[in-house]
Design a protein around this ligand. Structure first.
Ligand code: SF4
Ligand code: SF4
Length: 460
């Protein structure tokens, strides 16, 4: 596909899809959950079917396959655990609740949960009919970029998930390392061609990629979509990253805002799966002054539900991933999407103002994914960043210009000592940089830890 081909007008885009504007912005909601499998098949025949029942999950239609996908997807990166070990019984319970309440998209990867997420997910899902769920997994980067290693990873995923085909298969985290890494991981070794062949055989139903980092990689893949025929792209999207992702993120420049990524996918005719709708939890815990502004409009709505509604209001979104490790969060999120109440124009404007305000705050854009762990020197990297960000979000940060700076600093340090054992402190960082290539947010981790070192230096 040439660059020019990607600059379709909206009318051309709709024409290319062979559908009306209304069906391009389809909202779907169904009532019967137990009969979902047969509804899924019916919908394949009539992908523009719509209905909206109060209390029922909202669905979107995959324009390429007719899959009817729940707008809320289940992210299996973090799973409920007891004493540091994943609690399979709880995973099963939560998956059962999710399926019973209309969630049918489950996203995992070979590297999640210390390499075991696929196995836990497979055990939980295998107890349900195969046509009652869509499972997504990925070709992760485990260091060995040979074709043989890629083939082994794909076969292992099928085994772990106890399935003979994958509904949604992604090239995991392309963008990190730029075009050079993309070539090494997927192009020069023939791995992407191999995955296309597996799709031709029906062992992959939809091929896509998840993107972080260097936007040239994102552009290159979509500019070659006539060849690779990706049907979905997973992007980080929330009301802050919409226009502020390309601002300085923790010392490294993030190339593209979500607005650009989303619009380009829409032009090319590829739907989006959304990751980080809450920006690593930040949007569930926004500063008090912004929380109050939201409460004035919707007194009972949580900040998280606002963030989900904002994402779900975009018609090109196929599903929105949320890691729901507790039943309470799962129930709340199911309610938000059953059915989704799209944001109004004035609500969007309010969120835009809040995004402008929050993006000026110097938080570290850590999403607590844990990819950088363990640190060989024992530093609790995501824990340190979460502690630091919390103090900013709660308005207790020891800002030198604050009148009560000394008191704030002393509270910050006291809380820090209570939260972390000494070996996990930021000051233990030896700048070895082992963590940096693992961070999908491209955070210069030692630099950012030094913010905390600076604050705690004299009080520890
Ligand atoms: S740079 Fe610091 S935090 Fe990162 S792995 Fe090395 S010691 Fe740990
Ligand atoms: S620092 Fe990066 S890799 Fe580590 S938990 Fe945060 S986002 Fe994930």
């Amino acid at each position: 596909m040439s660059k020019d081909d990607t600059n379709l007008s909206r009318r051309d885009f709709i024409k290319r899809l062979g559908m009306s504007t209304a069906s391009a912005a389809i909202f779907l909601s169904i009532g019967s959950l137990s009969s979902f499998g047969s509804e899924k098949n019916n919908l394949k025949k009539n992908p523009s079917t719509t209905s909206s029942n109060s209390g029922s999950m909202t669905y979107r239609v995959n324009r390429h396959t007719g899959d009817k996908v729940s707008l809320l997807g289940y992210g299996m990166m973090r799973l409920p655990s007891k004493d540091g070990v994943v609690d399979q019984e709880m995973v099963n319970k939560e998956v059962d609740y999710a399926i019973a309440h209309g969630i049918n998209y489950f996203d995992t990867a070979p590297v999640y949960c210390g390499g075991k997420s696929e196995i836990y997910t497979g055990i939980a899902l295998h107890r349900h009919p195969r046509n009652s769920y869509y499972v997504a997994t990925k070709m992760s980067d485990k260091g060995d970029h040979s074709l043989e290693a890629g083939k082994r990873m794909f076969e292992q995923s099928l085994k772990n998930l106890q399935v003979d085909y994958i509904d949604y298969y992604l090239l995991h985290a392309v963008g990190n390392g730029g075009l050079e890494r993309l070539n090494e991981r997927f192009i020069d070794n023939g791995l992407l061609d191999y995955l296309c062949q597996e799709r031709d055989k029906g062992r992959i139903k939809n091929l896509g990629f998840s993107y972080h980092g260097d936007v040239r990689v994102f552009d290159w893949l979509l500019d070659h979509n006539d060849k690779y025929k990706f049907t979905f792209v997973q992007i980080e999207m929330n009301y802050i990253d919409w226009r502020h992702a390309s601002l300085n993120k923790g010392g490294w420049k993030q190339d593209a805002d979500a607005e650009y990524l989303y619009n380009k996918c829409e032009k090319v005719g590829v739907q989006n799966v959304v990751m980080e709708p809450l920006l690593g939890g930040r949007l569930a815990n926004i500063p008090e002054k912004y929380r109050k502004q939201l409460q004035e409009v919707r007194p009972d709505a949580t900040p998280a539900s606002w963030a989900f509604r904002w994402v779900g209001s975009h018609s090109n979104i196929l599903t929105t991933l949320s890691g729901m490790t507790t039943m309470n969060v799962l129930v709340e999120n199911v309610n938000t999407f059953s059915p989704l109440d799209p944001c109004t124009k004035s609500e969007n404007e309010l969120l835009e103002k809040i995004a402008d305000g929050m993006s000026g705050m110097p938080v570290v854009p850590c999403t607590a994914c844990n990819y950088c762990m363990p640190c060989p020197y024992g530093v609790n990297i995501p824990g340190n960043f979460a502690y630091y960000n919390k103090s900013i979000n709660e308005g207790t940060f020891p800002d030198k210009t604050a009148k009560d700076y000394k008191e704030r600093l002393s509270n910050f340090i006291d809380g820090y000592k209570k939260t972390f054992k000494e070996e996990a402190w930021a000051i233990q960082c030896m700048d070895c940089e082992a963590c940096m290539p693992k961070c999908p947010q491209q955070i210069r981790i030692p630099n950012q830890l030094s913010r905390i070192v600076e604050l705690t230096r004299e009080g520890l």
